[in-house]
Design a protein around this ligand. Structure first.
Ligand code: GAP
Length: 501
């Protein structure tokens, strides 16, 4: 198993220190599970979205894009099944006042002593329950315990359950279903206005526009419609930084296909999407895994589904879902709107409701994955001969907030002016640049390493005479001297080749 030495605390601290991500409304004490992206974070996030859009839409003939509105007709969410079924089971603890996802709770119980308490815990945090068991078992010969999902515990045993953060039994409420959609109102008078929802997924704007897009573009099935946009879920359990937020962004693509071709296209998109993370975003393959959904865990719309999971500091977690949605959504919208959502194949003259393969990725989870994957700490002897730890973010150049930083060796105009000109030229050629004149060159390298800039360029006194500069490579720390008029071409070639490597 690959190691993930980075901790979430290191990522949170770097994100704040260097201006990637801040807590939302921080000066007011923050708002749970909402985040603001700072200057570097927004660049990283934008690059991730651009990469996806270029790969999924611009480089393909068979996918087009849309940008749907966040507020939609409320009937959309009745048709999609979200009003009736987009629930999480929730329990409250009367003692600790904490709230838990019932389906993620487990309990330790003694295999034979059914008079003893059962110790509930969240699946990712068994230690408080273990501490309680140890205390009870001490000297009493009660070391044996088995783990059982809390929903599987018999009704008559529920009163013996001690909650994850409680000391006494019988403090957990009965589970109740909690709809994850945020509600708001359209119109000036709240009481009389109709309820609308903040969309919990971007996909539905694609389904309801299937006919509009197909007819205006004259795309032929099979083809896809892609969208990047905000989605909102009133999540019960929110932790792990930006991993599970209440406001987040999705990158979704619905690929409409003839009914008999779903298995073929499901396999096709699984392969395309996994390769994308490795080649375009630079995520090592051994830190990515497939997690197929067992039939009893499938979402209400899915015939088959598998998640691409990444090895985050908190374990393997979903980054993207590939779903075979069948014709569920188009059929539902046809029924609820009364509008025909079928398609007539111009070659065979057959009319059918297309099936759909969906690829659904999270932007914020991609940002977190990129940060965790890129994070490296390197021990070395610093300029003052002391051992020090250097942080390097080894971002793929496709997503690095800055692709190249230009340094004049000194603050003298004879160096600053031409190096500024070089920076402007590189920016004009589409590279993301920065300029730094402060501190020693070593310090400037370290500042750029910490934000993941793959290339640094130093303009020194020799540059005036030989019209050459030094390119320093972040990952190898190698330096090469190149002619100024070739810098742009060389860097752009290296970035291209990075993707093909
Ligand atoms: N249209 C299908 C759909 O929405 P999903 O598995 O519920 O499927 C897709 O969500 C992706 O959206 C997930 O793989 C994840 O990357 C992202 N996502 C879902 N809920 C999220 C949340 N609360 N915070 C951040 N990202 C989330």
């Amino acid at each position: 198993m690959p190691d993930t030495k980075v901790t979430l605390d290191q990522i949170v601290s770097l994100s704040k220190r260097r201006g990637f991500i801040f807590q939302s409304s921080e000066i007011y004490g923050g708002l749970g599970a909402c985040w603001d992206y700072g200057p570097l974070g927004v660049e990283l996030k934008q690059n991730i979205k651009n990469c996806w859009w270029d790969f999924m839409v611009r480089s393909r003939e068979d996918v087009v894009g849309i940008d749907g509105s966040i507020l939609m007709h409320p009937e959309v969410w009745v048709a999609s099944g979200h009003v009736a079924g987009f629930h999480d089971p929730l329990v409250d603890c009367r003692e600790s006042k904490n709230r838990y996802r019932f389906d993620q709770m487990l309990a330790y119980r003694h295999p034979s002593r059914h008079d003893l308490p059962l110790f509930a815990f969240m699946e990712d945090n068994p230690s408080p329950a273990e501490a309680k068991i140890k205390k009870m078992a001490k000297g009493a010969g009660l070391e044996e315990f088995e783990v059982i999902p809390l929903p599987n515990i018999a009704e008559e045993d529920q009163a013996r359950v001690i909650g994850p953060d409680a000391t006494q039994p019988d403090t957990l409420t009965k589970p109740r279903q909690f709809n994850l959609m945020f509600k708001t109102h359209v119109g000036a008078v709240e009481e009389t206005a109709s309820v609308v929802y903040l969309r919990p997924e971007t996909a539905q704007a694609i389904f309801v526009n299937f006919k509009n897009v197909q007819q205006t573009t004259r795309m032929k099935v099979p083809f896809g419609i892609a969208q990047i946009g905000k989605a909102f879920r009133n999540e019960i359990v929110t932790k792990a930084f930006i991993f599970r937020s209440r406001e987040f962004e999705q990158m979704e693509m619905q690929f409409f296909i003839p009914p008999s071709e779903d298995e073929k296209w499901y396999e096709y998109w699984r392969e395309v999407r996994m390769n994308y993370y490795v080649n375009q975003i630079g995520i090592p393959r051994d830190t990515l895994q497939w997690a197929p959904h067992p039939p009893d865990k499938l979402a209400h719309y899915a015939k088959a589904a598998a998640d691409i999971t990444f090895l985050y500091p908190m374990g393997w977690q979903e980054i993207e879902g590939i779903h075979n949605r069948g014709d569920f959504d188009l059929t539902q919208h046809s029924k609820h709107s009364g509008k025909d959502m079928s398609y007539r194949d111009p070659e065979t003259n057959q009319t059918f409701t297309p099936k759909v393969i969906e690829t659904s990725a999270g932007v914020d989870r991609s940002v977190l994955m990129a940060l965790c994957s890129a994070y490296h700490e390197i021990e070395e002897v610093g300029e003052d001969h002391k051992r020090e730890t250097r942080t390097v973010l080894k971002f793929h150049p496709n997503i690095a907030p800055v692709s190249v930083s230009v340094f004049p060796l000194s603050k003298k105009d004879e160096l600053v002016d031409p190096s500024k000109r070089l920076e402007n030229e590189l920016r004009g050629d589409g590279l993301r640049t920065s300029f730094d004149v402060t501190g020693s060159i070593g310090k400037r390298y370290r500042r750029q390493d910490e934000i993941g800039t793959p290339f640094c360029i130093t303009y020194d006194f020799d540059s005036i005479k030989d019209q050459s500069v030094t390119i320093r490579h972040r990952d190898t720390m190698e330096q090469e001297r190149v002619a100024i008029d070739r810098v742009s071409e060389i860097l752009r070639r290296k970035i291209r080749e990075w993707s093909q490597a």
